[in-house]
Design a protein around this ligand. Structure first.
Ligand code: CAA
Length: 258
């Protein structure tokens, strides 16, 4: 067995770039790769010096889905007991923003993984889709729910029932992708955006992510309560005092993360 890492992490300043590293299998999301990915995301989340994560699959592919070869002989109980897909939710639990930089195919579990991130940037040649129907199953890591919320029920239904792909440009038009960039500037754009977010007060960034996430996951009434709670909690931070004081004193704030 190869001891090559399936997931690579590079830290620079306040930003951790996590790269899926299984190019020969188009970054198919095997249980081993997902274990490494979850560990990398949780390590970055626990590291106080890191404020934003970038998740990419490299310049050619994001991920072509869950590993079909690892799943073919599985059974419902094996899938359930192994928590194979349930584990993926731990990525969604990351309190810090994750930017997906999609350089090629984001299919099936790959599209679902991108949708677990908070912002999606794509290169001009990226393609998105939920092709599970073509192999006799349906999306199992959030595709039927998150894609529907992201692009609307009619478009999601067509994509999931036909298994067809859409281009980065279409995905942007539908609201799934934030920005489409030339392949050569994808990582630069991801980094620029990550740095901008990393320069904002980290506690406010966390609370904002938390509140926005609730908008898609709960009722309006509950979401508004969470927003209010998070807003109030920030009045316990030094960065709130500094941000408001700097505004009044007409100077640039210096945020410390406290
Ligand atoms: N699982 C396992 N291996 C995969 C894979 C996957 N999802 N996707 C690609 N690979 C492997 C191929 O088997 C191939 O390996 P070999 O060289 O050993 O044969 C290698 O990656 C290169 O793939 P292709 O030769 O197929 O490359 P291509 O350029 O001709 O086609 C593609 C690219 C259109 C993405 C095609 O590989 C493809 O359709 N992949 C499967 C996509 C898919 O169905 N994804 C959904 C998976 S199920 C899922 O994700 C469930 C869920 O919701 C969690």
């Amino acid at each position: 067995m190869s001891d090559e890492r399936l997931v690579l992490t590079e830290v620079s300043g306040h930003i951790a770039t996590i790269t899926l590293n299984r190019p020969k299998a188009l970054n198919a999301l095997s249980p081993e790769l997902m274990d490494e990915l979850i560990a990398a995301v949780e390590a970055a989340d626990a590291d106080d010096s890191i404020r934003v994560l970038i998740l990419t699959g490299g310049p050619k592919v994001f991920a072509a889905g869950a590993d079909i070869k690892a799943m073919i002989e599985s059974s419902p109980m094996k899938m359930h007991a192994g928590g194979i897909i349930a584990k993926w939710d731990r990525i969604r639990s990351c309190a810090k923003p994750i930017i997906a930089a999609v350089g090629g195919y984001a299919l099936g579990g790959g599209c679902e993984l991108a949708m677990m991130c908070d912002i999606i940037l794509a290169s001009e040649s990226a393609q998105f889709g939920q092709p599970e129907i073509n192999i006799g199953v349906i999306p199992g890591a959030g595709g039927t729910q998150r894609l529907t919320r992201a692009i609307g029920p009619y478009r999601a239904m067509e994509l999931i029932l036909t298994g067809e792909m859409i281009s980065a440009q279409e995905a942007a038009r539908y609201g799934l992708v934030n920005h489409v960039c030339p392949a050569e500037s994808l990582m630069g754009e991801a980094r620029r955006l990550a740095e901008k977010i990393a320069s904002r007060p980290p506690m406010a960034v966390r609370m904002a992510k938390d509140a926005v996430r609730y908008a898609a996951e709960t009722t309006l009434r509950e979401g508004l309560e969470i927003e209010k709670r998070n807003f109030y909690m920030l009045f316990d931070t030094q960065d709130q005092k500094e941000g408001m004081r700097a505004f009044i004193e007409k100077r640039k704030p210096e945020f410390t993360g406290e």
